[in-house]
Design a binder for this molecule. Sequence first.
Ligand SMILES: NC(=O)c1ccc[n+]([C@@H]2O[C@H](COP(=O)([O-])OP(=O)(O)OC[C@H]3O[C@@H](n4cnc5c(N)ncnc54)[C@H](O)[C@@H]3O)[C@@H](O)[C@H]2O)c1
Ligand SMILES: [Zn+2]
Ligand SMILES: [Zn+2]
Length: 344
Amino acid sequence: MKALVFGGPGQRSWDTADDPGIQDPTDVIVKVDTTTICGTDLHILKGDVPAVTEGRILGHEAVGTVVETGAAVTGLKQGDKVLVPAITSCGRCGPCKAGMAAHCEAVGGIGWIFGHLIDGVQAEFARVPYAETSVHHVPEGVSDEQVLFLADILPTGFEIGVLNGRVKPGDSVVVVGAGPVGLAAMMTAQIAGAGKIIAVDLAKSRLKHALDFGATHTVEGDADEQIFALAPGGVDVAIEAVGVPETFDLCTRVVRAGGTVANIGVHGAPTTLHLEELWIKNVTITTGLVSGNTVPTLLALARDGRIEAEKLGTHHFNFDQVLEAYDVFAAAAEHDALKVVIQA
Ligand SMILES: NC(=O)c1ccc[n+]([C@@H]2O[C@H](COP(=O)([O-])OP(=O)(O)OC[C@H]3O[C@@H](n4cnc5c(N)ncnc54)[C@H](O)[C@@H]3O)[C@@H](O)[C@H]2O)c1
Ligand SMILES: [Zn+2]
Ligand SMILES: [Zn+2]
């Protein structure tokens, strides 16, 4: 088969690789129909994720068709259309039973294994471990593109932003960072009933998209003043979706007393936590890695036309154009790209 193979920092190729086979009775083999690229894949290519070794097939988001099932698999059969999510869940360990597959112990203490600890899904075929407790049937009548981004971005925005942030009907919410993850948080904050949704970004093009994903207001530049003008006393929930000290800091300044700061961003540098300001504010600060518990809910919302996640797919490619897709996604600002859709 052909697959996107990591060859060490800065090296990627659309190469011939061995077809995957069943290794454990709980595996299935999926023919990948549609996949995409995540910001994390770009981090891997920069050499930021040393656990990813040379020769690894990348990718952790896919819609595919089951072509082979292991002996212990009874709930999936050949021909089933499935969403393969970023997070694998054994369904049996402590963290999985507690609803935190992000930290599944059966697969190395972290649920994100595709394109990380095992071969991923930017390939014609992929082995999916613990398939029955990890994949989801795609509802009848729903296209690949409508559910593709439910593999990672949508549940991340929903679980780590909106649900950790405890967004309630009527809440004022600020989302700092209007990239795919921030946009997913806006889209699902709307579902949770948020009143004002204030999008903050440095890029005008991203703020323009934000209005199409549920933002009621956009803010660039001197954010504090504009946010306080829109939400006197501060916002109920501040969602951080960038991953740098400035934006986390901004969230802690604009949250109201008693409100919640929900951090989604992956931080590579330490951030000063201003407890000298915060200790008296009764604020809650949450962090998290997506577990994917909300994927069934999101699939129902997609099926019923209540979320249009496909709007995140701005650029389309075939498998043999995957290197071009990487180039476009890596220069997202230049191409006004959000997510790429790569189809067999
Ligand atoms: N916690 C999780 O489980 C999880 C999962 C996936 C991604 N993430 C993280 O979420 C973050 C967002 O992901 P993404 O794919 O949307 O990233 P992205 O890079 O596409 O988007 C980030 C956005 O932030 C904006 N930005 C940058 N600096 C800013 C600043 N100082 N003020 C305001 N806006 C600023 C950029 O213009 C861009 O639009 C990343 O840190 C990513 O690693 C976390
Ligand atoms: Zn991802
Ligand atoms: Zn587990």
